[in-house]
Every structure is written in C-alpha cells, then in structure tokens.
Design a binder for this molecule. Structure first.
Ligand SMILES: [Zn+2]
Length: 161
C-alpha cells in the first residue's frame, strides 16, 4: 500500500508549478499511482486542472473556466510518496537527451532497449519497414544519423540468431 505525499503539477500556459497534497487515497502499489496519473483519470487535463486549483488553496477545486478534457495543458513531472519514493510521470526528454540516455547504458541495457522497442513496435499501426522508410525519407536525417541506422542493421544481421 502506498500513499502520495505530493504531486508536482505544472500549468504549461503560465509556467506555474504547484504541489498537490492528496490526503485520502491509498493505492495498491507504485504502479497503480503511476497509472492513475499517466494513463488514468488524472492523466486528463480536466482532473489535473481541479488538482492544480486545490493545490492553490481552493479546497473545492472551483475554477473560473470549466476544465476541458485533453492533454498537454498540465505536466506532472514528479510524484513523491510517503515512503520517500519519487515517481516520474510526464518525462519530456529532447531527442538529444534520449540519445544521451542510450549512450550511457551498458551493453545489456542497450540490448533490453531494443527488446522494448520491438515490443512497442509490434503495436504500431504502420508496419516497422514503413516506419523505417519514413525515417530514411526525412530531410532532417543527417548523414551521421543514416550511418548509425546502417551500422545497426549491418551488425545485427551477422548471421547469429
Ligand atoms: Zn477529462
């Protein structure tokens, strides 16, 4: 059982950050907290707007405008739990940061990264070859980027399976 101590909520229009103290709900696990804020009810701007208002001292969460459903108006970077755990919810990394995270991984982690990519790619609506072709056709792909893709293809098709 986990309890939330504080939810960091940023209003992306004003840049203001508030800390929402949720005092009632107890969750089964960290995963269920993550799910509630990443995919569940609290992933929606309408509920985040109410939490943001309450965090600003309005205990009823009354708002001047009726909160609209959607995503992107509020960002939840972190949730602190009573047990000291920090959960990262909305992580907005730049492409450079994503590449840097990959660069700093061990070989095992990089292998797991490709396994995860395979799991995710399995659910894409457009098949992987079409996705790869779309990347190759981008004018934004530099010679260096293309070379990395070519090398990955070359080294991963060395006959071992
Ligand atoms: Zn909503």
């Amino acid at each position: 059982m986990d309890k939330i101590m504080s939810v960091e909520i940023r209003n992306n229009e004003t840049g203001e950050t508030r800390y929402f103290m949720e005092d009632e709900d107890t969750y089964e696990s960290e995963d269920s907290i993550y799910f509630a804020w990443a995919d569940g009810n609290y992933s929606c701007d309408c509920n985040r707007a109410i939490a943001f208002a309450r965090a600003g001292g309005d205990e009823y969460g009354n708002l001047i405008d009726t909160p609209q459903c959607g995503h992107g108006k509020y960002t939840v970077p972190r949730i602190w739990l009573m047990n000291g755990t920090v959960i990262n919810v909305d992580v907005d990394l730049t492409t450079y940061e994503v590449a840097l995270v990959f660069y700093r991984m061990s070989s095992n982690k990089r292998a797991e990264f490709f396994n995860s990519l395979a799991d995710i790619a399995y659910n894409w609506l457009t098949p992987l070859p079409s996705q790869l072709e779309a990347i190759i056709n981008r004018k934004s792909l530099t010679r260096g980027g293309k070379e990395i893709m070519r090398k990955i293809g070359e080294y991963s098709s060395d006959g071992r399976d």
